[in-house]
Design a protein around this ligand. Sequence first.
Ligand SMILES: [Zn+2]
Length: 166
Amino acid sequence: MKEGKSILYRGQEYEVRLIAYAGKSAQIIFREDKFNIYLNNKLSGGKLQSEALQQLKQWMVEKAEEEIKQRAKEFGMIIGVHYNHIRIKDTKTRWGSCSSKGNLNFNFRILMAPKEVMDYIIVHELCHLKQMNHSKAFWNEVAQYMPDYSIHKEWLKANGRTLYVL
Ligand SMILES: [Zn+2]
């Protein structure tokens, strides 16, 4: 992660600033529409950049834990389904999954996508608790809670790869 680069968060680009400081542990402060990453001033070059990237990823994973769980709770009530655990994962190909035991997994990177896209993925997985397939009945279910879901599905197809900067 280089100084002056930007990162997607909830569908918006935010500037990343690297700030050298004497503290040993790295910190991220998100404010004034910027990610300020405080990094030990002895770090330089590739080490500095990989540490910045690592910090940003960790921040995103932690935030995803909060935001995705909260949103799943809200939509779960609307849809009227119950799930067991929600796990936030660093998956290489999938955005979300639903097991027959009622456990949901989500890729932390969906927090970087536009809010509606993240909501779509959550609604999609929650609807699998009613229909464990991709049948017509399943898509009707999704459309009931998100009539414009196909726009978000398309966004993922076209732009999903851009979320893999982290
Ligand atoms: Zn599915």
